[in-house]
Design a protein. Structure first.
Length: 82
């Protein structure tokens, strides 16, 4: 598919048709790179648990890491060997 390169402010750009964006899963932001003279646009894949370890350490340092529902234990939980 050929597309026109258009002036956009002080830059230039290409309009990407909505079906193509949907086909590759581009929403919101994208990773843009040039490799061997080819422009690559890829979806950004973020680890959904990124930052959890830092948040857990922060909560523990404030003493705010107690169980939320400690009363919901099972009767035989004391017998479990970890």
């Amino acid at each position: 598919m050929q597309v026109a390169i258009r002036k956009m402010g002080n830059s230039q750009g290409v309009l990407i048709p909505k079906p193509i964006l949907a086909q590759v899963g581009l929403v919101g932001t994208a990773d843009l790179q040039v490799r061997d003279g080819v422009i690559e646009i890829r979806p950004v894949h973020v680890n959904p648990r990124e930052g959890w370890a830092d948040d857990a350490r922060r909560l523990a340092s404030r003493g705010d890491d107690a169980l939320v529902w400690p009363e919901l234990a099972n009767a035989s939980d004391d017998e479990l060997v970890w």
